[in-house]
Design a protein around this ligand. Structure first.
Ligand SMILES: Cc1ncc(COP(=O)(O)O)c(C=O)c1O
Length: 549
């Protein structure tokens, strides 16, 4: 058997009924049991073996197996085998003595001796003179493959990360956040740490209400704001609330974030994609033949990114905004405004939030994912009166409320002015990045048109018709160590236009014409993502593959 693992195991208190269980006296004053001090009879070879003193610690269920007709010994063997197999008993774990286990389980010591013997013969356990019985080092078969990948695990990796959707994480304002956390925790009342309103901490809702009015023109108040774990969660809550009110479908932009569409579908809504053009989503079609629908088919809402269409970058034109709000009023629907990067506008006047047009019909959603970090999982919804109660009820069901300490810290960050300073610094940083990208492409890949860059953290690079197909370009990008996506990845599906009763598209007519003419390839580049030191190399690699496109 190979050396026991060095991870200290659970430290037992003095084993009462285990005369043949290794006992030890702590030698170094740090450990209190065999897991940390070594054993006089063993010269320390198993000093750090995970250690199980009592049968009851093993959580062996014999009764179920006995009830199913297994004999005592077979039931014990089975239960031990299963514990090793599913990893509860890690390789190297020392098992209780046969006497201790027998006493704990209320069975004869001999039965345990026989079961240990059988499992040792099968290779699950090992025995060494003086060491007692341990789980064999390679006893636990590795599970086939990996567990189902979670979203983050599915992220492709490469040397140059230009995947759109994330900020430069090296800009996270660690000192400002720490200072705000210190201050917020120092002044928080005791009851701040209790269960609280599913809407979130009042300090943050007050701070957000003022902040959003000032920088985005949002018309709300603390009683209508809900703090959630990312806009993704807020969207799921809204979708479930709308479903609960009888909506069967939701209109989405013809190109958008695929995980958001998954969230909507998971809530039971069908999607009705709206075509895009250079003025944003065709909200005028909401009133068309496919836009109504009654019964189970009822179109209950439209999800839009009005400030900066994701990913094509168009700003939703004033008449399109008005058309969406008109539709919502007339059809008892809602507009969900995803203001995911509203803070980052470079060249033109900031476009105020669409929510101000009608706070009773437009839900405003914002997030700290771009301005601070996605890992914070901090976002907010400004809700119409009618949706406050149903959405808050669903939030309470989902996770009671968002964690308090980050809410208090974020509230302090805002009210102290540190958040404004941080956002201003980031805006300059990303604007410089964008300018570097535009300049490099103009010099080294002049055939590429860069669009969608008046705001945000990403750009769309359109290649001329006749270029290599998008899939081939992406393959070359991958080979060059670049992590990025093509525009097609964001497409809402082949039925984008049909869903609202339009003729089937001949080409990529669901996108803005100036972003994807004649299905010419287009890449979506997150220029904010790499830290400063990695950006020049990423830019070089990008220009390299585009030069040969
Ligand atoms: C279009 C869009 N909306 C919203 C978000 C933010 O989502 P969340 O707050 O769940 O991280 C992102 C982040 O990538 C996004 O790209």
């Amino acid at each position: 058997m190979s050396r026991p693992r060095t991870t200290p195991g659970p430290v037992p208190s003095a084993p009462r009924n285990a005369p043949d269980t290794p006992r030890s006296a702590p030698r170094d004053g740090l450990g209190t049991g065999p897991g940390s001090s070594g054993d006089a009879r063993d010269g320390g070879a198993r000093d750090h073996a995970p250690w199980t003193a009592f049968g009851s610690d093993l959580h062996l269920d014999l009764t179920g197996r006995r009830a199913a007709g297994a004999g005592l010994r077979a039931a014990l063997e089975d239960a031990l085998r299963e514990a090793v197999q599913d990893g509860r008993l890690a390789p190297g774990t020392r098992l209780p003595s046969s006497r201790a286990l027998g006493e704990d389980l209320g069975i004869a010591r001999n039965t345990v001796v026989e079961a240990y013997g059988q499992l040792t013969a099968e290779g699950w356990l090992g025995a060494r003179p003086g060491s007692g019985t341990t789980v064999a080092e390679r006893a636990a078969p590795r599970p086939a493959g990996r567990p189902a990948a979670v979203r983050a695990d599915r992220r492709p990796t490469g040397r140059h990360d230009l995947l759109a959707g994330r900020p430069d994480l090296s800009l996270f304002p660690r000192s400002a956040w720490l200072a705000s956390a210190r201050r917020a925790l120092a002044v928080a009342p005791h009851d701040a740490f209790d269960y609280g309103s599913p809407l979130g901490r009042i300090e943050l809702r007050r701070a957000l209400s003022d902040y959003l009015a000032r920088v985005r023109g949002v018309r709300t108040d603390p009683d209508r704001l809900l703090v959630c774990a990312g806009f993704g969660q807020g969207l799921g809550l809204l979708a479930a609330a709308l479903r609960g009110r009888g909506a069967g479908r939701i209109a989405v932009e013809g190109y958008g974030l695929p995980p958001q569409r998954e969230v909507l579908r998971a809530a039971g809504l069908d999607l009705a994609p709206l075509p895009l053009d250079s003025h944003g989503a065709r909200t005028d079609l909401l009133d068309g033949p496919g836009g109504g629908g009654g019964g189970a088919d009822r179109l209950g809402a439209v999800l839009l990114t009005p400030a900066h269409q994701f990913p094509t970058g168009a700003a939703l034109a004033a008449d399109r905004r008005a058309a969406a709000v008109r539709w919502a009023r007339e059809r008892d629907g809602y507009v969900i405004e995803d203001d995911y990067d509203g803070e980052f506008r470079y060249d033109r006047q900031p476009l105020g939030a669409m929510q101000a047009l009608d706070p009773d019909r437009v839900v405003y959603g914002g997030t700290a994912a771009k301005s601070l970090a996605p890992g914070l999982r901090l976002a907010w919804l400004a809700l119409p009166d009618e949706l406050v109660e149903p959405v808050a009820r669903l939030k309470a069901l989902a996770d009671t409320m968002s964690p308090v300490t980050d809410q208090l810290t974020f509230a302090e960050l805002i009210t102290s002015g540190r958040y404004d300073r941080h956002v201003r610094r980031c805006r300059l940083h990303y604007r410089r990045r964008r300018d570097l990208l535009v300049t490099a492409l103009a010099e080294r890949a002049p055939q590429v048109r860069v669009t969608g860059i008046a705001a945000g953290l990403h750009a769309v690079l359109q290649l001329p018709p006749g270029s290599r197909p998008e899939a081939e370009l992406l393959e070359r990008a991958r080979a060059a160590g670049l992590v990025l996506t093509g525009l097609d990845w964001y497409r809402a599906g082949p039925d984008a236009e049909r869903a609202l009763g339009l003729p089937a598209p001949e080409n990529r007519s669901g996108a803005a014409p100036d972003t994807a003419p004649n299905a010419a390839p287009a890449l979506v580049v997150g220029y904010a993502t790499p830290p400063d030191h990695a950006f020049p190399a990423a830019l070089d690699a990008l220009c390299g593959i585009l030069r040969e496109s």
